[in-house]
Structures are given as structure tokens and as C-alpha cells.
Ligand binder design. Structure first.
Ligand code: NAD
Ligand code: DAU
Length: 357
């Protein structure tokens, strides 16, 4: 038995693969295109581990995907692969349409063809789990209830629109072909291996370097934060016990404004890495907070109602925002070489450095 993970060299995918192999003997076939967001260094601790089979490739390459399915006969496919950064989708939406819509479609076609050839229990137990986002539901008013699975899709950015389209295809494959899908829609993640273009890792790295902490607009936009390992545990639970064809919202009930997030981060950094110890001539990292031009079409508020997942599957997050953020800051402080390689771009040379190819 094995599972096929796509996008497993990215932030959440890599955390998922690491956690999976820490808890299971079951091998992981990890298919990743290694875009700028894919970093094999995230998986360095698995070097030499026969349970991790890395394949460099695109979910849209149907010959490659069909070959992997025939060769490894995984019991499930978990699709993390995506273009994931809202700001990049505003500057250049094409790759988002290509991977998040066309790529998802191609992956669905390849996996459906494979599944149709299965028989008996192997076919009955097969699952396709599609990892999606709360952004497909659009922006909430301040007094509106948190997103539940029945909320209408109202995506507002090219990123969220492309994820919404992918979700619709997944849903349609279940209704039309009985293809055994599960979809998860999660809120904002943070934690180890987060690429430093997203708010929390960007602010940690900028603060430690004494650079401005850029806050879009008035900084009062609200996100609902979840520690990445809690997202991974929810996915494992949905994979094992989720009802086929259902969607499950995942969130940590941690609604915070961006300003609150950055203030908490600065307070933690002041304690764990006081500016003076880094030759920085200010008393608090807060002094670096800088308001900048807002993101076009910036969604004001996201919030997740995870009661379906909690009630049906008994899932609960392990971390509060404070404990999760402390772990995150400590991870960045202890992994200077990862930071150096990511910020210098040297991580892109990891494969040739590490494997000599
Ligand atoms: P990420 O950008 O860090 O990683 C994406 C990974 O997918 C990278 O390793 C990249 O190389 C790979 N990839 C991209 N295009 C590919 C393709 N065509 N074929 C194969 N691999 C490809 O993203 P992330 O933050 O880890 O997000 C993973 C998934 O979770 C995405 O689907 C995203 O929409 C979803 N999600 C993310 C968050 C979050 O807060 N980061 C929250 C909810 C849902
Ligand atoms: O909600 C889930 C989504 O969370 C995922 O689907 C996306 O893949 C993931 O990237 C994330 O999207 P956001 O746009 O919410 O994440 P980001 O870290 O880019 O921004 C978080 C908030 O902080 C958002 O309101 C924009 C703001 N921000 C971001 C950056 C990078 C700033 O104020 N300044 C910044 O420099």
C-alpha cells in the first residue's frame, strides 16, 4: 500500500509528507514540479528513506501520472499541487489557471481512468483527496457567521477563482462518474517551511534583518490561522474516515487582524531574539511596522466553521495561535541555513548539490 501526494515539496505538502512518514510505514510517492515554491530541502531529513519516492513532474503530465499509478498502485491520491500565492495571481494569473484548473482536470482524468480499472476492495477503498482553501467562499462581512460547507462560492482573486474551478471539477467527477473524492477547504496556515513571501514568514525574516514589516492597507483584514501540522492531522482524518463526495472545512477558530498577528509576532521576537542581541538599534521589532499600498480586491475577512469535521470525525487542533506561533518563530530561529538558501535562491540548486544530477 502507498499514497500518491502531489505538491509534496511545498509548504503544506512537505509538512504532510514528514508527518505521514513519522507516523506510518506506508510509502509516499511525491510528485512535484518544483516551481519556485517547491523546495526539496524541506524533505532533506528523508534522504535515504526508501518510503519516500520523489518524482519531479507536473500533475498535468498524464503519461507520467498514469505510469506512476500503474507502477505504484497507491490507495489514495492527495492533491496539494497548486499555485498558491494571491499576490502572484494578481500579477500573473496564467500559471494559476494552468495548474489549479487545467492541471487538476488532467490529474482527475488520469486518476479516474486508473480507478475505473480497479476491482473489488481496492476500488471501493480508493480515495482522491483534493486540498483547497477557504478563499473560494469570498469575503465575509464583520458580523457574518463563519464559512460553513454550504456557503456559496464567491471567489474574488484569480487564485481563489482558479481553486474554486478546481473544486467544482472535483465535485462534478463525483456526481457524474461516482469517482470517490473528498475535498477540504482550510483557512490560513503557518508553521515550518513556509515560503517567505507570505505574511508570517516574511515578517519573521524581515524583522530579524531589521527591514520594514509591510502591512497592506489599514491592516484590519481578518484571517483565521491554523498551525500547519493541525491541517495535516485533519487531512489524515478526512482521508481515513471522511464520507465520499463530502467537503470538510478546516480551521483553528483563530480570527485575528493582520495587525494583531504582526504585533504578536513582534512581541515573541522581542522575547526570543531581542533586537540588541542582533545588533539592531531599536527596542522593539514593532518599530519596523510600515503601512503600504493595499492588495487589489483584498478580501476583508475569512473565518471557518469547522464543526462538521469536529463533530463527524472528532478532529481538534492541538495548537493555539500562541503555541503554534512560538513553535514557528523558534523553527525559523533554529533553521538559519534553510532561510539563507531560500532567500539567496540557492535552494533551487538543491537537487544538483544533493544528488549530483
Ligand atoms: P506552496 O505554494 O507552498 O506549494 C505548492 C507546491 O505545489 C510546490 O511544491 C510546487 O512546486 C508544487 N506545484 C505547483 N504546480 C505544480 C504542478 N503543476 N504539478 C506538480 N506540482 C506542482 O503551497 P501550500 O501553501 O503548501 O499549499 C498547498 C495546497 O494547500 C494548495 O492547494 C493551496 O491552495 C492549499 N491551501 C493553502 C493554504 C495556506 O495557507 N498556505 C491554506 C488552505 C489551502
Ligand atoms: O486563506 C487561505 C489562504 O491563505 C491560502 O489559500 C493561500 O494559499 C495562502 O497564501 C493564504 O492566502 P493569504 O492571501 O491570506 O496569505 P498571505 O500570507 O499572502 O496574506 C495574509 C494576509 O496578510 C492578507 O490579508 C494579506 C496580508 N499581507 C500579506 C503580505 C504578504 C500584508 O498585509 N502584507 C504582506 O506583505
Amino acid at each position: 500500500m502507498s499514497i500518491l501526494v502531489t505538491g509534496g515539496a511545498g509548504f503544506i505538502g512537505a509538512n504532510f509528507v514528514l508527518d505521514w512518514l513519522a507516523q506510518h510505514e506506508e510509502p509516499v510517492i511525491n510528485l512535484d514540479k518544483l516551481t519556485y515554491a517547491g523546495n526539496l530541502e524541506n524533505l532533506a531529513s528523508l534522504q535515504g528513506d526508501a518510503r519516500h519516492i520523489f518524482v519531479h513532474g507536473d500533475i498535468g503530465d498524464s503519461v507520467l501520472v498514469s505510469g506512476l499509478l500503474t507502477k505504484h498502485r497507491p490507495r489514495a491520491v492527495i492533491n496539494f499541487a497548486a499555485e498558491s500565492h494571491v499576490d502572484r495571481s494578481i500579477h500573473g494569473p496564467r500559471e494559476f489557471i494552468q495548474t489549479n484548473i487545467v492541471g487538476t482536470f488532467s490529474l482527475l482524468e488520469s486518476v479516474r481512468a486508473h480507478w475505473e480499472g480497479l476491482t473489488g476492495d481496492t476500488k471501493a477503498c480508493f480515495r482522491f483527496l483534493h486540498v483547497s482553501t477557504d478563499e473560494v467562499y469570498g469575503s465575509l462581512r464583520a458580523d457574518a457567521p463563519a464559512f460553513s460547507e454550504t456557503n456559496r462560492y464567491e471567489p474574488n482573486s484569480p487564485y481563489s477563482a482558479s481553486k474554486a474551478a478546481g473544486d467544482h471539477l472535483v465535485r462534478a467527477y463525483h456526481h457524474t462518474y461516482d469517482f470517490p473524492v473528498l475535498t477540504t477547504n482550510c483557512s490560513n496556515n503557518y508553521g515550518p517551511y513556509h515560503f517567505p513571501e507570505k505574511l508570517i514568514p516574511l515578517c519573521i525574516l524581515n524583522a530579524l534583518a531589521g527591514k520594514p514589516l509591510p502591512i497592506y492597507g489599514d491592516g484590519r483584514q481578518i484571517r483565521d490561522w491554523l498551525y500547519v501540522k493541525d491541517h495535516c492531522s485533519a487531512i489524515r482524518q478526512v482521508l481515513e474516515a471522511g464520507r465520499v463526495g463530502e467537503t470538510y472545512n478546516i480551521g483553528g477558530r483563530n480570527e485575528l487582524t493582520n495587525l494583531e498577528v504582526v504585533h504578536t509576532l513582534c512581541q515573541l521576537l522581542d522575547e526570543l531574539a531581542p533586537p540588541a542581541t542582533r545588533s539592531l538599534h531599536f527596542t522593539s521589532y514593532r518599530s519596523l511596522i510600515t503601512f503600504v499600498k493595499d492588495r487589489p480586491g483584498h478580501d476583508r475577512r475569512y473565518a471557518i466553521n469547522a464543526s462538521k469535521l469536529e463533530g463527524e470525525l472528532g478532529w481538534k487542533p492541538q495548537e493555539t495561535f500562541e503555541t503554534g506561533l512560538t513553535k514557528t518563530v523558534l523553527w525559523y530561529l533554529e533553521n538559519q541555513s534553510w532561510i539563507t538558501n531560500v532567500t539567496s535562491g540557492a535552494y533551487r540548486n538543491w537537487i544538483s548539490r544533493q544528488y549530483g544530477t
